[in-house]
Ligand binder design. Structure first.
Ligand code: 9D3
Length: 232
């Protein structure tokens, strides 16, 4: 059983997003438990302040360290990276992180029982959080988001579908298309002609050897056009 604990100032964001498709089924089957916690719960002042102005000046606000340390301590029993169980991860979603990938998803799915996700907001998070608390600082790619919540959901989705039993047995090999290093081949279904656009004849031929060859070639052409970096 894997547990995700999300710490966010928008915990309601996850209420519905964890309630669809494979993630919903994995939760129902008891493969994963996902709980979103309000960062403000670990403030102690009257106004539940979670941010403050940056030392050294500059625009924007920074998430204060105290509520994040208190939250991680409440959820893991520990407040220093060195003291976590080896199957506990504390992930900071941040534009400064190393880039999340299928390999990172696989590593997390195989080696963790608890993943605490810290969702950044504003200009950033006090660096002492990264220094002392975080085991993995991760970005989901080179574009600017408004905060870590959408990135956290991307990670959860990618990890949960790798948990044993999360996919139907018929689809369990599907993700191999990524490990093979090519994009997937094009898919078609009925009707064989739609608004003048025909399904390639070979797919209707019943010749499985030829179909296999066409798919390999079409996958290579699509990869060449959309992701030449994958062909190297
Ligand atoms: C002007 C400097 N910006 C940093 C590159 C400011 C900034 C932009 C976006 C500060 C915080 C954010 C909020 N983004 C995230 O928290 C985030 C994120 C992202 O923006 N892109 C890709 N992955 C991620 S994971 C978390």
């Amino acid at each position: 059983m894997l547990r995700f604990d999300i710490i966010s100032i928008f915990p309601e964001f996850f209420r519905e997003t964890v309630d669809y498709g494979i993630v919903r089924r994995a939760r129902a089957a008891g493969l994963v438990e996902i709980t979103a916690h309000d960062l403000r719960r670990w403030t102690s002042d009257k106004h539940h302040v979670v941010d403050d102005r940056p030392f050294g000046g500059g625009d924007g606000m920074v998430l204060k360290p105290e509520p994040l340390f208190a939250g991680v301590e409440a959820l893991t029993g520990k407040a220093r990276r060195e003291d976590f169980a080896q199957d506990t991860r504390v992930v900071l979603l941040s534009p400064q992180g190393r880039v999340f990938s299928q390999a990172v998803a696989q590593e997390l799915a195989e080696n963790s029982t608890q993943i605490v996700l810290l969702c950044g907001r504003y200009e950033g998070v006090d660096e002492r959080v990264s220094d002392a608390l975080v085991t993995d600082e991760l970005s989901i790619g080179d574009y600017v988001l408004s905060g870590g919540e959408t990135a956290a959901m991307v990670m959860i989705d990618a990890v949960v579908r790798l948990l044993p039993g999360a996919l139907g047995s018929d689809t369990s090999a599907v993700f191999e298309s990524f490990s093979e290093g090519l994009l997937d081949y094009p898919h078609y279904t009925r009707p064989p002609e739609f608004r003048g656009m025909k399904v390639p004849d070979v797919l209707l031929s019943g010749n499985h050897a030829e179909i296999e060859r066409w798919r390999k070639d079409a996958a290579r052409r699509k990869t060449q056009r959309n992701r030449p970096d994958l062909l190297k």
